[in-house]
Each structure stands twice: as C-alpha cells, then as structure tokens.
Design a protein around this ligand. Sequence first.
Ligand code: SF4
Length: 154
Amino acid sequence: MLKYDSYDIVMQEIPNEISLCFTMTGCQLACKDCHSEHLWNPENGKILNPGMFEKVLLKYSETITCVIFMGGEWSCSELLILINIVKKFRLKVALYTGLNEKQIQRKYPELLNILDFIKTGKWISSLGGLDKLKTNQILKDLRSGEILNKYFHH
Ligand code: SF4
C-alpha cells in the first residue's frame, strides 16, 4: 500500500513548473548517504489512496502545473492509478527515483510511457545533486528526451 510522509508545493524541482510534491515512504534502495532514512520503513507515513489523492489535487489544481512523486515506483500498479488521476486533471507528472533509467525500463517500463519527467540516480553525497556537473543524477523530460540538468547550473 502506497504511503506518503508529507506533501508540499515546490518551485525548483522541475524547471518552469509549480509542483505538488509527495514524499513517499517505503523506499527500498538504502542509498549509503541517504538523508532521509525515516522514509525506508513502509510502516511510516499515511496511506495515499486514490480518493484522498483526488481531493488534494482538487484543492491545488488551480495553483499547480505538475505533481511529483518522490519514490513510489516499488508499488507500480498503485502509482499508475495515482498518475492517471493526475492526467485526468491535465497536470504534468514527475517521478524522482534512486534507480537509473535502465533499471526503470527493465522493472517498470509502463512508467516511462506515462510520466512527463523523471529524475533518476541514487543519492551519492560525493557527487552531489543536479546543481553539480559531476552528479550521477539525471532529470529528463520524457516527452522531448531533453536532459534538464543544465537548468540547475548557476
Ligand atoms: S532513494 Fe532517496 S530516500 Fe531512498 S535511500 Fe536513496 S536517498 Fe534515501
């Protein structure tokens, strides 16, 4: 069952989008440098069922242009239901995952067909995030194939 830790409106995660960002619990990746180990335990968090999710979107749909799921791919069929609700609202949708794109392609290929954006790559503190040139993480616009990391370099 998909659960979330929190949600918030964010401006910087996806360039030119105002996003409602859900941080999911139950992450199975256990990155060595994980900054949020409380997200590993699937018992933590509140259930994100479709009814409740739709109510939250209804509340924010005039304000936001995109919904981001920070994790959740491990319950792919449930995540797809939520993504389809986002699409019903004609909003864009993004997934942040610690897996790389090849792993997503192999394990959850249907996600790549429906998402607008995907950020891939586990967190490695010595390489840093999207604002660092040496980062292993990639933010991609799946509709155009454009790599969006350049928008984070100042
Ligand atoms: S993907 Fe994120 S939440 Fe999951 S272990 Fe890695 S840093 Fe932590």
